[in-house]
Design a protein around this ligand. Structure first.
Ligand SMILES: CCCCCCCCCCCC(=O)SCCNC(=O)CCNC(=O)[C@H](O)C(C)(C)COP(=O)(O)OP(=O)(O)OC[C@H]1O[C@@H](n2cnc3c(N)ncnc32)[C@H](O)[C@@H]1OP(=O)(O)O
Ligand SMILES: Cc1cc2nc3c(=O)[nH]c(=O)nc-3n(C[C@H](O)[C@H](O)[C@H](O)COP(=O)(O)OP(=O)(O)OC[C@H]3O[C@@H](n4cnc5c(N)ncnc54)[C@H](O)[C@@H]3O)c2cc1C
Length: 602
């Protein structure tokens, strides 16, 4: 087991190799990220590509982009995204770092006025990055204009030492043993560090040579654009991580046999047990659901970005709500699912050689980074409340809230389900999800009108986001899908995804009158039948993810199923087995045993 320093150095070597190949092969950002995935290092290249470069692209002028991106693409500088502080992460407007304009020298003075204003968490800040986009309160002519982005050099490009006035280091080890511990999330304090005025990212706002603050005609929320971009990529990440865990658990469930042998025959595959299927197959369905909604979200984000180019900001709120909501729902579900997949693999699921502990450790923080999942869902709730009031004033909602325009019908419709088979009807499923989401949003709006609260609407936000995921799965099935029998299998998975949510949130569906108790039990019955129908193709459905054994990194999830010899082989690789008699025996164990033996002979 590598020490953290060895792990960091090993990752730095791999990352530097990846960067070198990126430049030599002239890789695009997309290709560089794929390279990162396949060297499976969540380290340094993330923040440089994933946030430092997009922040400059989104908030820098053409001139600033030309200057800084040229260096960033060639890895002449390595950047990070320094927003979060010791005292504030979720509340960006609460950040305390200051950037005070000094007209006498045409510079900004960057300063950490309090301990809690120390920058804290930025990936790569601790030991690697030479530059950062630093978010700070812009102060000019004695007035605080709130949070803006500034490019700062942190370390010398000659010997990598921190520049004067900058105290910088790593924040220490984190949850889990592997990947995120290879990343140097850092702490930084600034002591009146001066930077030229032109290092303020000036696409959204400017400060003139005289110190006048000028806000351009774009929504100030574009300052948050980099986070929106990463949130949409995280949905695709979640679907990948979930499908890896499910691939391991399904393949292992097909190999593992426990109990059930008749007259000395073979024991039963644990994947045949209904309890195993009811725990695992919703995750299999979710892996496909998140992949499809992630593809749609990427389209939405691209579409919004193109509209922004032509100063059309109309879909910015929708983009914020969708990226925030889908990042929140998919990462929470994925973290829970990976943990459950460990349990679905019994004892062997807790071995590092299963690949599951590391997968969990790397993906758990996604519930927090890029926005705490609760805080993001409250943003969705705010968006829904605004939409409900617009509908009440006669405005026709569009996009993912278009269903709210059908308020007359959805507020009083009864589900058409009368038989188990009816739950196979996508239209019936979609209507039930629309009715639940709308009724919960309206109930919430009514509660807020009685007692205003910033925290109402969390459940309504979840209902709205789950409706989006179900809708995109149903829409995907309306496309041409190649491969004999593939569409039929995906239809079953779509049914499992939707019906397991009805099962899980039956209280919502009953309390809003969207389904009756009988319809709820018909849904459960349908779910059990779907599990049995998916079982014969479960292994094929995870093989379809097409992960190599290297990428999966799991003795349990091997394509050839040769699990036990893989586990056995892996065990002997552990450093503890380098000696037959363990270190410490002579000092600690032997004296005790000898003494006890002597006593026993007295
Ligand atoms: C390959 C992958 C590897 C992936 C691997 C990645 C590696 C790990 C990287 C982790 C990097 C980080 O964590 S970087 C740091 C991430 N940090 C965060 O995500 C911070 C989360 N907090 C925030 O985003 C903000 O503080 C909010 C949105 C919660 C609140 O902001 P606020 O300014 O106070 O705004 P608020 O009053 O709530 O709302 C005012 C109005 O602005 C709107 N609004 C708010 N945000 C936005 C927005 N982003 N876009 C549009 N509109 C917005 C609201 O809807 C509202 O509209 P109206 O209702 O007035 O119409
Ligand atoms: C692995 C990792 C990498 C990171 N990388 C970076 C990086 O590169 N750059 C960067 O700038 N940051 C980074 N971060 C920081 C990250 O963005 C923040 O931790 C995240 O935004 C959450 O903010 P917080 O820590 O302030 O949580 P808090 O907001 O303090 O959350 C604590 C609790 O308070 C609750 N809460 C907060 N506000 C409300 C509210 N209004 N209503 C109800 N409940 C509320 C939350 O739900 C949560 O349960 C990283 C974090 C991690 C874990």
């Amino acid at each position: 087991m590598l020490s953290r320093k060895e792990l960091f150095k090993d990752t730095l070597k791999k990352a530097a190799h990846a960067w070198k190949r990126t430049v030599e092969l002239h890789l695009t950002e997309e290709e560089a990220n794929l390279l990162r995935l396949y060297i499976d290092q969540p380290g340094y290249v993330d923040l440089h590509w994933v946030m430092f470069v997009p922040a400059i692209k989104g908030q820098g002028t053409e001139e600033q982009q030309k200057k800084w991106l040229t260096m960033a693409y060639k890895f002449q500088i390595i950047g990070t995204y320094a927003q979060t502080e010791l005292g504030h992460g979720s509340n960006v407007q609460g950040l305390e770092t200051t950037a005070t304009f000094d007209p006498s020298t045409d510079e900004f003075i960057m300063h950490s006025p309090t301990l809690t204003s120390s920058k804290w968490w930025p990936g790569g800040l601790g030991k690697t990055s030479t530059h950062a986009v630093v978010y700070a309160r812009l102060i000019t002519e004695g007035k605080d204009y709130g949070i803006h982005g500034f490019i700062m050099q942190l370390r010398s490009l000659d010997d990598h030492s921190p520049l004067p006035g900058i105290t910088i280091g790593d924040i220490g080890g984190k949850f889990g043993s592997g990947a995120y511990n290879s990343m140097d999330n850092g702490v930084m304090r600034l002591d009146h560090v001066r930077i030229p005025r032109d290092q303020m990212l000036m696409r959204l706002a400017q400060v003139t040579r005289e110190g006048k603050y000028v806000h351009s005609d774009v929504p100030k929320q574009l300052l948050y654009g980099t986070m929106v971009y990463v949130r949409q990529t995280i949905v695709a990440d979640a679907s990948r991580a979930l499908s890896r865990a499910v691939c391991i658990a399904v393949r292992y469930g097909a190999i593992r046999k426990q109990f059930g042998s008749k007259a000395g025959g073979p024991e039963t595959q644990v994947l045949n047990y209904k309890t195993q299927q009811s725990r695992l197959f919703p995750f299999l369905a979710s892996a496909y659901a998140f992949r499809f909604v992630g593809q749609w979200l990427k389209w939405l984000y691209t579409d919004v970005t193109q509209k922004l180019e032509s100063k059309d900001f109309s879909t910015l709120p929708e983009a914020h709500a969708c990226t925030a909501g889908l990042k929140s729902v998919t990462t929470s579900a994925t973290a829970d699912a990976i943990e459950e997949c460990q349990k679905l693999c019994g004892g062997h699921g807790y071995l590092n050689s299963s690949g599951l502990p590391e997968l969990f450790a790397v993906n758990l923080p996604a519930c927090t980074y890029e926005g705490d999942n609760v805080v993001l869902l409250l943003q969705v709730a705010r968006f829904l409340m605004k939409t409900v009031s617009q509908v009440a004033s006669g405005k026709q909602p569009v996009g993912t809230t278009a269903y709210m325009g059908n308020i007359q019908h959805l507020m009083q419709c009864k589900s058409v389900v009368n038989t188990v088979e009816d739950w196979l009807n996508p239209a019936a499923i979609k209507e039930v999800f629309e009715a639940r989401a709308l009724r919960m949003a309206v109930n919430c709006a009514q509660n807020i009108s009685k007692a205003p609260s910033q925290e109402e609407g969390f459940e309504a936000a979840v209902a709205h986001v789950q409706l989006i995921i179900v809708t995109k799965f149903i829409e995907k099935l309306q496309e041409d899908i190649l491969g004999h029998g593939v569409k039929e299998q995906l239809q079953k998975l779509c049914g499992i995804y939707a019906l397991h949510l009805i099962h899980k949130h039956l209280g919502d569906f009953l309390s809003t009158g969207c389904v009756t108790a009988r319809q709820g039990s018909l849904a459960n019955e349908r779910l059990g039948k779907l599990y049995a129908q998916v079982r014969p193709n479960a292994v094929a459905l995870v093989d379809a993810f097409d992960y190599t054994d290297h990428y999966l990194g799991s003795a349990l999830g091997r394509y050839d199923g040769d699990v036990y010899s893989a586990l056995y082989k892996e065990a002997w690789k552990d450093p503890l087995n380098e000696t037959v008699v363990p270190d410490g025996y002579q000092e600690h164990l032997r004296p005790l045993l000898k003494q006890q033996l002597k006593l026993s002979r007295l």
